[in-house]
Design a protein around this ligand. Sequence first.
Ligand SMILES: *Cc1c(COP(=O)(O)O)cnc(C)c1O
Length: 390
Amino acid sequence: MDEKIYLDYAATTPVDSRVLDVMMPYFSASFGNPSSVHRYGQIAEAAIDSAREKVAAALNCRPDEIVFTSCGTESDNLALRGAALAMREKTGANWIITSKVEHHAVSKTAGQLEKHYGFQAEWLDVNEYGMVTPDAVEKAICDQTALVSVMYANNEIGTINPIKEIAEICRKNNILFHTDAVQAAAYLPVDVQILGVDLLSLGGHKLYGPKGVGALYVRKGAQILPSQTGGGQENGLRAGTQNVPYIVGFAEALRLAVEERQQRTAHVKPLCDRIIGTVLEMIPDSKLTGHIEYRLPNHASFAFKDVDGNLLLTLLDAAGFACSSGSACKTGNPEPSEVMLAIGLAREWGLGSLRVTLGMNTTPADVDSFLKALPVLVAQARKLATDKRG
Ligand SMILES: *Cc1c(COP(=O)(O)O)cnc(C)c1O
């Protein structure tokens, strides 16, 4: 194997060279602390201000509604913990509604609020496509609900949730609504006025920005408590000297994602459709996971019956293809993921999941070689599993 083909853009993306270019000066020549009064500080502060305006333009909100954080995970933590604690203080409400297919950044935070902070969490079921229905949200809401958190698009199976409809229900009931848009923002519209959300999480490295930076949109009037306390940075909501180069890079990456959304979609969607069509046709006992239509345009995910997903990943890697079996953090875990269980897959299917995610650099030739290799490798993984069972 000499050529490697990266098909794991949902795990992370390379930094766009245009993004890297705008970041570079802030590591060296313009290194000031944005909180300093002198010129060095003013230059860094101006860079943060302009990044904030860029992000606000991308989301169609006010610059002072943007809080820069250290990653998508931190944005989710700040949203959930911050909103839950502030709402309970204000109204006494102590229920959190979320779904069974959230990223761990949301589900573990809700779990901690339940276990250690005295909140009650309700974990909404999803349908067979991994979708949270507005109806399920409406039924779960009660006068003790402090917050609803439902992801915009799922990282493991690509399914897009009806965020606008869910947001309407929450607004009607005066409940804060948070969405994790870390995966979605690379391809879906993130106009927060159209979506109607109160809180929205973003991360840099899923959209050709750097790792270690993110943002949380906090609608004006929505009260949240900071989860990191200290200096008054970020409107008092996220203490700590801002990571100027990363924030500058993140803002540019998001701007480019919005500006180039149509081109990027037009590039990945046909390639992705070809993968889905060919896999389902060529590989026996295979199914698509997630929704066929309401899914991220660069996202193909499958379940193969009687295949060890981790073994398949290893075979793929040896053949030069970098894919995933779901969330990157789950590799090595021999149980089907929570998402596979939530969409109702039996164990013999749920263990054999494969996620193939495309990006700006994916070529038709990459897809050809992948589609040539995969059926053989799935058959090999199946045979190995059968031999092992003996
Ligand atoms: C990647 C991801 C996160 C975590 O973002 P980090 O920036 O890696 O912390 C959260 N939610 C979803 C849906 C993701 O895909």
